[in-house]
Write a protein that binds this ligand. Structure first.
Ligand SMILES: C[S@@+](CC[C@H](N)C(=O)[O-])C[C@H]1O[C@@H](n2cnc3c(N)ncnc32)[C@H](O)[C@@H]1O
Length: 214
């Protein structure tokens, strides 16, 4: 694992072996470092579905001028997030994006949340993210594409096992193409939708979308 990942995980104080293993695997399979350059350097950021807080802990190191907020409906994951030394800088709360005030954030991020929830919840999260952003704010979404099939198959299988067999994560996985996400962002009112693949060298179909609230 690269030095960046080790530095982030070393911020966690006393999580059990299983939780530490989870953090290592999560860092290894998710290209957090490739998404970082797409995130503004200052303002108020909300991470939707922040889970164990890996991304927020990384941001606390790399983006010292951001005010960092996170929501997640899974209390177990928030408990793990609170063991990060960065937690004193993080505003964590249970729930989802519909529980935050309107027009309150400059940036909304989410990592592998939309692929985990049914379509009606996906659309609601996109609409609520639009509501939560200030005018001119940015949304950055890291999710999974359905292509190419040889990467999509392990991606889908892994999410299904994580949710239905290991019960590591709450959700009901349903997958869509990158184009579908771009269309739905535009339908939610976002403009200047940019898409990019960040899956080179990874076994999963990692893609990123960035868009702006007018
Ligand atoms: C695959 S995990 C990713 C966690 C974290 N974003 C990361 O990258 O490590 C997906 C997260 O989405 C959360 N989640 C599920 N349904 C959600 C919803 N409706 N709103 C917000 N988060 C949700 C889960 O509790 C879980 O923590």
């Amino acid at each position: 694992m690269a030095l960046g990942g080790r530095r982030v995980i070393s911020q966690y104080r006393g999580p059990g072996l299983r939780a530490r293993g989870y953090l290592h695997v999560r860092w290894l399979v998710c290209p957090f470092d490739r998404v970082l350059p797409l995130v503004p350097t200052e303002g108020r950021l909300l991470d939707v579905g922040c889970g164990s807080g890996l991304w927020l802990t990384y941001l606390a190191q790399e983006r010292p001028r951001l005010e960092l907020h996170g929501v997640d409906p899974d209390a177990r994951k928030l408990t793990l997030a609170r063991t990060s030394a960065a937690a004193s800088r993080l505003h964590l709360r249970p729930g989802s994006v519909e529980d935050v005030p309107p027009a309150a954030y400059d940036v909304v991020t989410m990592f592998d949340v939309l692929c985990l929830v049914p379509d009606e919840v996906k659309l609601s999260i996109l609409n609520e993210s639009f509501r939560a952003l200030k005018s001119g704010g940015t949304v950055v979404i890291k999710d999974a594409d359905t292509r190419p099939w040889w990467k999509y198959a392990p991606t889908a299988l892994e999410e299904l096992i994580a949710v239905h067999v290991l019960r590591m994560t709450v959700g009901r996985p349903t997958f869509h193409s990158l184009d579908w996400f771009a269309r739905e962002l535009a339908s939610a009112g976002f403009r200047d939708v940019e898409t990019r693949r960040v899956d080179r060298g990874y076994v999963h179909t990692h893609v990123v979308l960035r868009a702006r609230k007018p």
